[in-house]
Design a protein around this ligand. Structure first.
Ligand code: AHG
Ligand code: MN
Ligand code: MN
Length: 283
């Protein structure tokens, strides 16, 4: 595991430099989710693949930017899924972006996730790793220094509601509005890494990416985005569920790029999600 985390750290340093120095135009291709790829999406993917390939414990890798998984070391123990550059549509406006990693053993499913990590490329570069605890590191003079253990409060103050409002179901709209009516503040950049990082660091709140009328299964991908963050939120003392109230990490995954509606937050907000979504079934 240590060699995988070290490979992630080296990738993070290289990607943070690439974001500053390289061109950020489109590559002229689309990924498996039908999204246009930026040159930086492709370059970040290449950097991570190269770094993870040096770790003998890595059996196979799967990237949000590639349709199939790649075998790395036949005798390796771990499978690593990653989103090389999350929030890449924010690169041109110079907002924070990130990389997300899920480390699995014995197969691609929530139950098989053994550790996860993400990197935030903001004014500073930060790394959060969740094995037993969720720990935050900051890049200083080429080294990641330990900053703190992340721990969510029982109830937060921030609300990050994803997807296009026009397509929200009425019960979802009611949930979001009820949080605002309680005094929650809107914090949504459009990058799940900085948006979820903000909630974690400030102690709590809700990030939601629901199923909508146009995308009933949501947008965020289980292996590359949802499971890794579900683990980090749980390790920080929070909760992560789907629209049926199931724990995200209990979900299976039948296709590498499969998506799911998802909700990440502290206890109080996740309880509210359950209430509003349960009401929608009886209405
Ligand atoms: P990616 O750039 O890897 O495709 O991911 C973008 C994701 C995620 O970061 C964010 O939370 C979400 O898309 C935003 O989508 P909406 O604009 O639909 O809210
Ligand atoms: Mn993403
Ligand atoms: Mn991406």
């Amino acid at each position: 595991m240590t060699e995988i985390i070290e490979a992630i750290k080296r990738s993070a340093i290289k990607i943070s430099k690439a974001i500053v120095d390289e061109e950020f135009g489109y590559e002229g291709s689309v990924n498996s989710s039908g999204e246009e790829q930026l040159k930086l999406d492709v370059l970040s993917d290449k950097i991570i693949e190269e770094e993870l390939s040096t770790a003998s414990s890595v059996k196979a890798i799967a990237s949000e930017e590639k349709s199939e998984e790649t075998l790395i070391h036949e005798n390796g123990k771990y499978l690593v899924a990653y989103d090389p550059l999350d929030g890449s549509s924010l690169v041109d406006v110079n907002l924070s972006v990130g990389s997300i990693f899920g480390i699995y053993e014995n197969g691609w499913s929530g139950k098989n996730l053994v550790a996860s990590a993400y990197v935030v490329y903001g004014p500073r570069v930060e790394l959060v790793v969740a094995t037993i605890k969720a720990e935050r590191f900051i890049l200083r003079n080429g080294k990641f220094e330990f900053l703190q253990e992340l721990q969510l409060l029982q109830k937060g103050k921030l609300n990050a509601p994803g997807a296009t409002q026009k397509y929200w179901y009425p019960h979802h709209k009611a949930l979001v509005e009820s949080l605002f009516a309680e005094g929650y503040r809107l914090r949504y950049s459009g990058g799940m890494v900085p948006d979820l990082h903000q909630i974690l660091v400030k102690g709590g709140g809700l990030f939601s990416y629901p199923g909508t009328k146009d995308k009933p299964r949501g947008k965020l991908r289980k292996l590359f985005e949802v499971f890794p963050f579900a683990n980090i939120y749980e390790k920080a003392g929070g909760r992560a569920i789907n629209d049926a109230g199931e724990r995200l990490l209990d979900l299976s995954c039948s296709e590498l790029h499969e998506t799911t509606p998802c909700f990440f937050g502290s206890h109080y907000e996740i309880k509210k999600v359950r209430e509003y979504y349960a009401k929608s079934k009886t209405a």
